[in-house]
Design a protein around this ligand. Structure first.
Ligand SMILES: NC(=O)c1ccc[n+]([C@@H]2O[C@H](COP(=O)([O-])OP(=O)(O)OC[C@H]3O[C@@H](n4cnc5c(N)ncnc54)[C@H](OP(=O)(O)O)[C@@H]3O)[C@@H](O)[C@H]2O)c1
Length: 333
């Protein structure tokens, strides 16, 4: 099969289109013909080698973390999917590789794709949808009437998270540049802050939850808008000790993560706020709940551009500008 591979970890290095062996499937796996794959900044970070200490892929490896496609074949233990089913997934860490014509996915990571979406739209959902779900539902436990601040509302995570937070009954504030202000309002944002001309930390206070996806300075400012007992959930770091433990990392790496997160953890404690780093995980059961929200019309997709498969590198470069409105997708089939 054809696939885009990373031959060597390198900052802004190439991904190469080449022939790779068709995937083998295990008893718990589903072989999927990929119709569309979405691009994530995670792909660039992995290619750059930023995650190789705790997420080691041995080059040459196929890049890509989101897919929509059809089931070709299932492993002997798989009961919930059959050949021909239209599915989508964010395959688990260690088993990525969706910039390809086929992939073997653990059945537990897969869900039926929303019937109301095209393959391209469906591929745009899993990684960002699960990130928002795990931040707002699983860790954040957002309740009606709470105030939630979602940074970068026009991005992949932001466009989904605004809609989910509204569905959970929250009042939602978000940052974006002026050009995307109508987009985030149309997704339900109640308070829209132009990060280029306004300081969110001077406009917001008494918030229950912040979903941080920006730099360390933004993270520190985010603390100030939270009320007592609030939650600061960061998906852009720094990683903390519970995260290191969840990965079973060695004592040295745990120590490194303790040091990286020390100042924000201390500052959060001083303000009686919880800090948590979130690294989303594959989870087919949560994705199935997301399917229902989409088919019920609660959440819509925001796809900025669809590139042909041959232009996967260009699609990655476009996402790396960090200017995408919603998601960028490659059409594989
Ligand atoms: N830990 C995890 O599990 C996890 C999961 C998903 C994503 N992430 C990380 O979260 C971050 C966001 O991911 P993403 O996929 O949502 O990114 P993205 O879609 O590439 O973000 C693009 C958007 O960011 C906005 N933006 C850029 N700079 C901004 C700023 N200073 N303030 C507010 N908005 C800004 C842009 O809006 P304008 O054009 O209007 O500026 C654009 O719409 C990335 O670092 C990603 O790696 C982590």
């Amino acid at each position: 099969m054809k696939a885009f591979v990373v031959d060597k970890y390198k900052k802004n290095g190439p991904v190469r289109l080449c022939g790779m062996p068709d995937p083998d499937i295990g008893a718990d796996d589903v072989l999927v013909r990929i119709h569309a794959a979405a691009i994530n900044l995670l792909d660039s970070k992995i290619r750059n080698g930023e995650f190789k200490l705790f997420l080691p892929y041995r080059p040459p490896f196929i890049l890509g973390h989101d897919l929509a496609g059809t089931v070709i074949r299932t492993g002997s233990n798989v009961r919930q999917f059959k050949a021909g089913d239209e599915v989508y997934a964010r395959p688990r860490d260690g088993r990525a590789g969706t910039f390809a014509e086929m992939i073997a996915v653990d059945a537990a990571d897969l869900a039926l794709k929303p019937a109301s979406l095209s393959m391209e739209e469906a591929a745009s959902i899993p990684l960002v949808g699960l990130t928002a779900w795990q931040a707002l539902v699983e860790v954040g436990n957002v309740k009606p009437g709470q105030k939630v601040f979602i940074q970068a509302g026009s991005g992949g995570v932001g466009t989904f998270a605004i809609q989910l937070a509204k569905h959970l009954g929250a009042t939602v504030a978000t940052t974006t540049s002026a050009v995307n202000s109508e987009l985030v309002k149309s997704l339900g944002a109640d308070v829209v802050i132009d990060y280029k001309t306004q300081d969110f930390e001077q406009l917001l206070s008494g918030y229950d939850l912040v979903l941080n996806s920006q730099d360390a300075a933004t993270l520190a400012k985010s603390l100030k808008i939270l009320g007592q007992g609030g939650k600061l959930i960061s998906i852009s770091g720094p990683p903390d000790v519970p995260f290191a433990k969840s990965l079973g990392l060695n004592p040295f790496l745990r120590f490194v993560m303790r040091m990286l997160s020390r100042s924000i953890v201390k500052a959060a404690k001083r303000r009686d706020v919880d800090y948590a780093f979130l690294f989303m995980r594959a989870e087919g059961s949560q994705l199935a709940q997301i399917t229902k929200l989409i088919d019920d019309g609660v959440i819509r997709t925001v796809v900025d551009k669809v590139f042909p498969f041959a232009q996967t590198e260009e699609a990655l470069a476009y996402v790396e500008t960090v200017r995408a409105k919603g998601k960028v997708v490659v059409k594989v089939l």
